[in-house]
Design a protein around this ligand. Structure first.
Ligand SMILES: Cc1cc2nc3c(=O)[nH]c(=O)nc-3n(C[C@H](O)[C@H](O)[C@H](O)COP(=O)(O)OP(=O)(O)OC[C@H]3O[C@@H](n4cnc5c(N)ncnc54)[C@H](O)[C@@H]3O)c2cc1C
Ligand code: SF4
Length: 333
């Protein structure tokens, strides 16, 4: 592993001032925050990431999970994934978050992993993690061997000619469906970013994964108040029952009255280059009976623009069935 220095700032201002010295935005930058380290240290061991300076943010007062005055929830950036998944408010009002987190990684990893680290985890594309291979995301302009290579696990929505890497997070799929907001403290002040605007499509700059700029520290995430009577479910389909990333997943938040859908939020995982909210699927459902036929039409709409690669055509049908099953299961929640 390459050499690096480690600092432990004790205030958000100090952390941001140090990180603002980075030459680029956070992902891939030479000065980096480190929280649980379960993504970053992994990639440093592989030399896929080589920051010169790490800023350990675990001493910052950013780990609280608390109700907001409007009835929503504020989740600190360094709150551990396990703490969040088992928090009583989350289990009562946002079970889709709990289900998504607990479907991922292992108990040990979830005990280390943090809210912000999870949101910023990087793709599991094998070429990205292998420095013997070219990769536009790791080294812009070198090419994308996945497009004509091993792409079974990779994305079918939001892909470009430069990168087809999947966003691997489960928690993010639930946060997309719940319309979370990400709060950032940066060199020029604080700002709030709607979850849907936070991650970027790869386009011709796959190295740039989010709207974060150099020095930007995620301080917390907020969830809006839960919709009374809504039913939620997260379904994850994968190659083995645990300790595996999604081939396809779906988070749904569903409200029904008189057997008709009055409101629905849908996001997909394992198939998109970013956590994939599907307004197309939502539009198909609202105002109509909550039937399996209608769920299937919504799934068709969600995958209409899919661009499968040589090895992952199966994901198109898998994702459709995943969404239909998630909606059916939510009905009984
Ligand atoms: C074997 C294995 C299996 C896994 N399986 C799954 C799975 O099935 N599903 C799933 O969703 N995830 C899975 N994960 C990924 C895991 O969820 C992430 O590694 C974890 O959430 C990252 O959190 P962290 O705090 O450890 O991040 P870190 O490694 O500390 O940081 C990750 C990134 O976020 C940046 N960062 C951290 N905090 C901040 C902040 N406050 N502001 C700005 N930047 C910040 C860092 O600079 C770094 O770029 C798995 C990981 C491993 C190793
Ligand atoms: S899909 Fe993206 S991350 Fe994977 S090799 Fe291509 S450019 Fe790199």
């Amino acid at each position: 592993m390459h050499t690096f220095s480690l600092d432990r700032p004790t205030t958000p201002d100090a952390a941001v001032a140090s990180a603002a010295q980075a030459k680029t935005a956070q992902q891939g930058a030479d000065v980096r925050f480190i929280a649980g380290g379960t993504t970053l240290v992994d990639l440093m061991k592989l030399n896929a990431e080589t920051p010169a300076r790490l800023l350990d943010i675990n001493r910052l007062p950013l780990d609280a999970i608390e109700a907001t005055p409007d009835g929503g929830l504020k989740i600190g950036a360094t709150a551990r994934n396990s703490t969040l998944a088992y928090h009583p408010i989350v289990q009562r009002d946002y079970p889709v978050v709990s289900q998504a987190i607990l479907s991922g990684a292992s108990a040990q990893l979830r005990n280390m992993a943090t809210t912000a680290g999870n949101i910023l985890q990087r793709t599991r594309c094998v070429y990205f993690r292998n420095t013997a291979m070219p990769c536009n995301k790791r080294e812009p302009g070198t090419g994308c061997p996945a497009i004509d290579g091993g792409n079974r696990m990779l994305a079918i929505l939001g892909v470009s000619d430069h990168c087809i890497a999947t966003n691997p997070s489960d928690m993010c799929v639930a946060l997309a469906a719940l319309e979370a907001t990400i709060h950032v403290h940066g060199p020029t002040g604080v700002r709030a970013i709607p979850f849907a605007d936070f991650h970027l499509l790869p386009g011709d700059t796959p190295d740039r994964e989010t709207v974060l700029e150099a020095g930007d520290l995620i301080t917390h995430v907020t969830l809006p108040p839960p919709v009374a009577g809504s039913k939620q479910h997260y379904l994850k389909l994968r190659d083995r029952a645990s300790y595996e990333f999604a081939l396809a997943s779906a988070a749904v938040v569903l409200s029904i009255a008189d057997e008709k859908v009055t409101r629905v939020r849908i996001a997909l995982g394992g198939v998109g280059t970013k956590p994939w909210r599907s307004p197309e699927a939502e539009a198909v459902l609202v105002g109509l009976p909550a039937t399996q036929d209608q769920f299937r039409k919504a799934a068709e709409a969600a995958l209409r623009d899919a661009k499968p690669q040589s090895e992952n055509r199966f994901k198109v049908e898998l994702a459709k069935r995943c969404l239909v099953h998630a909606l059916k299961t939510a009905m009984t929640a």
